[in-house]
Design a protein around this ligand. Structure first.
Ligand SMILES: *[C@@H]1O[C@H](CO)[C@@H](O)[C@H](O)[C@H]1NC(C)=O
Ligand SMILES: *[C@@H]1O[C@H](CO)[C@@H](O)[C@H](O)[C@H]1NC(C)=O
Ligand SMILES: *[C@@H]1O[C@H](CO)[C@@H](O)[C@H](O)[C@H]1NC(C)=O
Length: 458
């Protein structure tokens, strides 16, 4: 009720504005009264806008949806063909997260975000932003995450970031950065070691001598030299790891709603891209050509809860590939070419609750037993699609039924306690293995308490 009531109030306010107004002042208590005043002003604004819409004035009201999740207000204005930031007074509540991805915004004017002081995240990716005025981000003192990737930015002054002292995540990649003197202060800021999540992967498009060099890695001293960065090319190109593999943030689109997630669908990927950030909750890698999961593929992706590997070309999942995914809840392995799952693969998945396995050529022989034992030990896991596809005699049979009949047949051959003994055999080495891998995968420097704030939406 508490969550819903402000929305209801806002709606009611639209139709019954006068009566609400006359009732409210008496109800104000402490902090709330200020907010109520805001809401009232907003409602009035809305009413005004409604009038202006019915008239001929051209104020456009974008078709955004307001949502509440874990007490945070999200305003979703994605894909609305917006060319400017909608005024904050348009909304019934003050958003904490503003999603403006995939619009047609070309410039961020001074004061664009006044009234949005509570924002902690702002998603402006996939617009056409080429200009950011100096005071554009004024007032965003609580902002921790700013997404500006996939825009047309060539230059940005460090001054633009000053109003956002709490910024921890800044995405700037896939913009045609012009690495000249005006960028010097920004580049220096990005290179401060504690700013390790600011501006990763962003690269210079110009000048030629710095093309494809990362903002994080170029020498800022060169930028304001008298003749510009006409540096000794052999010197600068040599240590440049351009040939390095592209990582997940560069290959996939990152979104913040409804959780922090990466859309890596249909990218023609043949392996899991490295560098999935530790705050990402969901990764969709479906519709690629990944043929093999390798140990450490998801290293560092500590917050991952939903992983979609559906419709790939996977034939093998190595033990250790999924280790570290302690919070994974949903795993979609459907429509691959798996015959069985390697012994030990599922060990770290303590919180798994959904496992999709359909559309794989599961082979009902001894290798498949591990999966069935694991499922038996984890009765909370809802799974689907585990059907034998070979050998011929078991086609279409549930794999569990196959294992049960296998055990029954074996027990006729004087091995009465096969199930339990198997479970024991499977159990002990797995735990050991799990421990060893954890040890390996989380070296002490990763385990040390972080001084950075990790931004998580859910
Ligand atoms: C607003 O968005 C909703 C949901 O996307 C859609 O059903 C509706 O048609 C849109 N209305 C307008 C006027 O675009
Ligand atoms: C460029 O740097 C390399 C390696 O430091 C050096 O051998 C070369 O002479 C330099 N060339 C010029 C034109 O300065
Ligand atoms: C995984 O991806 C496929 C294809 O994109 C989709 O059909 C399926 O619903 C997804 N699974 C989950 C659990 O979201």
């Amino acid at each position: 009720m508490r969550v819903i009531s402000p929305i209801l109030l806002a709606f009611v306010a639209l139709s019954l504005l006068p009566s609400i107004e006359s009732k409210r002042p008496g109800k104000g208590r402490g902090l709330k009264s200020g907010r109520q005043k805001l809401t009232r002003d907003r409602s009035r604004m809305k009413a005004l806008r409604r009038q202006s819409r019915s008239g001929l004035s051209g104020v456009m009201i974008p078709n955004c949806s307001e949502m509440t999740q874990s007490g945070e207000v999200y305003l979703d204005c994605q894909d609305q063909s917006l060319t400017s930031i909608p005024s904050s007074s348009t909304w019934s509540r003050v958003p904490n997260h503003l999603l403006l991805a995939r619009n047609q915004i070309k410039a961020l004017r001074s004061g664009s975000f006044l009234g949005y002081e509570r924002l902690s995240s702002l998603d402006l990716q996939q617009n056409q932003i080429s200009q950011v005025e100096e005071d554009a981000f004024q007032g965003l003192t609580h902002l921790t995450t700013l997404l500006l990737q996939h825009n047309q930015l060539r230059t940005l002054s460090e001054e633009a970031l000053i109003p956002m002292p709490n910024l921890h995540y800044l995405r700037l990649y896939d913009n045609p950065w012009k690495c000249l003197c005006p960028m010097e202060s920004l580049i220096r800021t990005l290179q401060v070691p504690s700013n390790r999540n600011l501006g990763n992967h962003a690269k210079c498009a110009e000048p030629v001598s710095l093309k494809d060099r990362k903002l994080k890695q170029i020498d800022p001293d060169l930028l304001c030299e008298e003749f510009g960065p006409n540096v000794n090319i052999t010197q600068t190109l040599e240590p440049n790891p351009i040939r390095g593999k592209l990582d997940a943030t560069a290959l996939c689109h990152t979104y913040l709603f409804p959780v922090t997630w990466m859309d890596c669908r249909s990218r023609g990927l043949t392996e899991v891209p490295p560098g999935i950030p530790d705050n990402v909750v969901r990764v969709d890698l479906s519709l690629n050509k990944i043929h093999h999961l390798k140990p450490r593929d998801f290293q560092g992706a500590k917050s991952l809860r939903i992983l979609n590997l559906s419709s790939n070309d996977m034939q093998r999942i190595d033990t250790g590939s999924l280790s570290g995914l302690l919070h994974l809840q949903e795993l979609d392995l459907s429509s691959n070419r798996l015959h069985f799952v390697q012994y030990g693969v599922l060990e770290d998945l303590y919180f798994l609750s959904k496992l999709k396995l359909g559309g794989n050529p599961w082979m009902c022989d001894y290798n498949i037993h591990y999966m069935v034992y694991w499922l038996r030990l984890h009765p909370g896991v809802k799974h689907s699609g585990l059907l034998c596809q070979s050998p011929l005699e078991y086609i279409g049979e549930r794999v569990e039924d196959y294992v049960r009949s296998y055990n029954r047949d074996c027990s006729y051959n004087s091995r009465p306690d096969q199930n339990q003994r198997d479970a024991e055999i499977w159990d002990s080495p797995m735990e050991l293995q799990g421990e060893i891998e954890e040890e390996e995968l989380e070296p002490s420097h990763l385990r040390a308490p972080k001084k950075y704030q990790i931004f998580r939406l859910a």
